[in-house]
Design a protein around this ligand. Structure first.
Ligand code: ATP
Ligand code: MG
Length: 380
C-alpha cells in the first residue's frame, strides 16, 4: 500500500526525512497525514515519528539548516521548520504512568511501542518518505472499512485518558462509515466510563466539541453520544434532536460549529469559549427563541450570524426557512436605520430623545426595514 500527495513531495519535508535517515534514524509519517492521505481527505499538518531523541533530532536539524522549536519537549515533540513548513516530530514513546488525564512517557526505539499508545487503529498507521505504508497493528482494514476502533481494550485505553471518549465520537463523525454505524465495543466502553470525563479540563473538552461539531455531519455521532450518556456529561441539558435537521438544511453551507452548538442548547456556560464565540452563541440562542424576521436578524446580527440564526431556528422548529431568507438577511445586514438623533433635536432632548429614537427604530423594524427617513419623521 502506497500513498501520495503534494505534502509528501514537499522539498522541505523530504529533506528533513532524508537528514534523519542519513544519520541512521527511522523517520516515519504518522497519524492524521497518513490516515487522511489514504482516505483521499485533505492533509493539513504533518506529524513525523522517529527513534531519534529530541536532543539528537534538534542537533541534527540545526546542522541540516532547519529550525527546531521545542514545542512539546516533555512529550518529546520538536517542531522542525524545513522549507518554510512546520513538521511536528515526536520521538517514539511508551506510557510509563497514566492517570486518566495525562501520561508520563518514556522514549522508545520501537515503532510497536509507539503504535500501542495511540488511540485508534486508523491513527496508528505510518508511512516512510516514499509513501510506503507501515501498519504495525493491522489498522488498514479498519481504515478501509472506515471503522474507528480503539487500539487494544477500549476500557483500558479510556481509563488512561478519558478525552479518548470524545475523540472516539469525533473521529467517527469525521471518518467513520455512516452506514456501518459506530463500533459497538468502543461505544459500550464510552458509555460505561462516561463519568470519567469530569476529570478532563473544560479547555480540552471544548476543543474536542469544536472539532466534532465542525465535521460535515456530526449528527449520528452526537445522537450516539446522547444515547451513551456522554453528551449529558459534557453539555448538561443538551438535546440532540434538532441537529440532524440542521445538518440537512446547512449541507450547502460551511459547517459552522457554533450554529450546531446553538441548536443543541444545554448548559453551554460550562464550556471555555472565546469572548467572540460566547457573544455569538448568546446572540444565536436569543435569535432562535425570537420571532424576528430574516431582515431584522440580518440587521441585528450581520450576514453570517443572521444566516446561522435562520438555519438554527428552522431546525429547532422543524420547519423550512421562509422563502427568500438569504436575500432578506443580506438586505437587513446592509440596511441602516435612517434617522439620526439630530433629526429630532432640539425639539427632543435627553431621555425623551432616547425614547423616541427607540420607538422609531421599532417602527422601522416592524415595517421590514422599509420606512424611509421622511416616513418616520412625518409620523414622529
Ligand atoms: P487531526 O490533526 O486531523 O485532528 P490527528 O490524527 O493528526 O487528526 P492529533 O490530535 O493531531 O490528531 O494527534 C495526532 C496523533 O497522535 C493521532 O493520530 C494519534 O495517533 C495520536 N494521539 C493524539 N491524541 C491522542 C490521545 N489522547 N491518545 C492516544 N493517542 C493520541
Ligand atoms: Mg494532527
Amino acid at each position: 500500500m502506497k500513498l501520495a500527495g503534494d505534502w509528501l513531495d514537499h522539498p522541505g519535508t523530504q529533506a528533513l526525512m532524508q537528514a534523519l535517515e542519513a544519520a541512521g534514524h527511522q523517520a516515519l509519517f504518522v497519524g492524521g497525514c497518513v490516515r487522511n492521505a489514504l482516505l483521499g481527505e485533505p492533509v493539513s499538518d504533518v506529524d513525523i515519528a522517529t527513534d531519534a531523541t529530541p536532543e539528537a533530532l534538534s542537533t541534527l536539524a540545526e546542522t541540516a539548516g532547519f529550525k527546531p522549536v521545542p514545542t512539546g519537549i516533555d512529550h518529546g515533540t520538536v517542531t522542525v521548520v524545513a522549507g518554510g513548513k512546520p513538521h511536528e516530530v515526536t520521538t517514539f514513546r511508551r506510557d510509563v504512568e497514566t492517570d486518566g488525564r495525562r501520561a508520563v512517557v518514556a522514549f522508545s526505539t520501537r515503532i510497536e511501542e509507539d503504535a500501542h499508545r495511540r488511540d485508534f487503529t486508523m491513527n496508528a498507521l505510518y508511512a516512510d518518505r516514499h509513501g510506503a505504508v507501515i501498519d504495525p497493528l493491522h489498522g488498514l482494514p479498519d481504515l478501509q472499512a472506515r471503522r474507528v476502533r480503539f487500539v487494544g481494550d477500549p476500557e483500558t485505553r479510556i481509563r488512561e485518558d478519558y478525552l479518548r471518549i470524545l475523540r472516539f465520537f469525533r473521529f467517527h463523525a469525521c471518518y467513520g462509515d455512516p452506514e456501518g454505524g459506530i463500533d459497538a465495543e468502543g461505544l459500550a466502553a464510552c458509555s460505561a466510563l462516561a463519568d470519567g470525563l469530569d476529570l478532563i479540563s473544560k479547555e480540552r473538552v471544548t476543543a474536542e466539541l469544536r472539532k466534532l461539531l465542525s465535521a460535515r455531519d456530526p449528527a449520528p455521532a452526537v445522537a450516539a453520544m446522547a444515547q451513551a450518556g456522554v453528551l449529558a456529561r459534557v453539555l448538561p441539558g443538551a438535546d440532540p434532536r434538532a441537529l440532524a435537521p440542521l445538518v440537512h438544511l446547512d449541507a450547502e453551507e460551511h459547517p459552522r460549529w457554533l450554529r450546531r452548538l446553538a441548536v443543541l442548547g444545554g448548559d453551554t456556560d460550562i464550556l471555555r469559549l472565546s469572548k467572540a464565540e460566547a457573544r455569538d452563541l448568546t446572540a444565536l440562542r436569543t435569535a432562535i427563541a425570537s420571532a424576528d424576521t430574516p431582515a431584522v436578524l440580518g440587521w441585528r446580527l450581520g450576514e453570517t450570524l443572521g444566516l446561522d440564526a435562520i438555519l438554527a431556528r428552522a431546525a429547532s422548529l422543524g420547519a423550512p426557512p421562509p422563502p427568500g431568507w438569504q436575500d432578506e438577511v443580506r438586505r437587513g445586514a446592509s440596511a441602516r436605520f435612517p434617522v439620526i438623533a439630530a433629526d429630532l433635536m432640539p425639539g427632543l432632548q435627553g431621555e425623551a430623545l432616547g425614547a423616541r429614537m427607540k420607538e422609531l427604530q421599532g417602527r422601522w423594524l416592524s415595517s421590514g426595514l422599509m420606512l424611509s427617513r421622511e416616513d418616520l419623521l412625518k409620523e414622529a
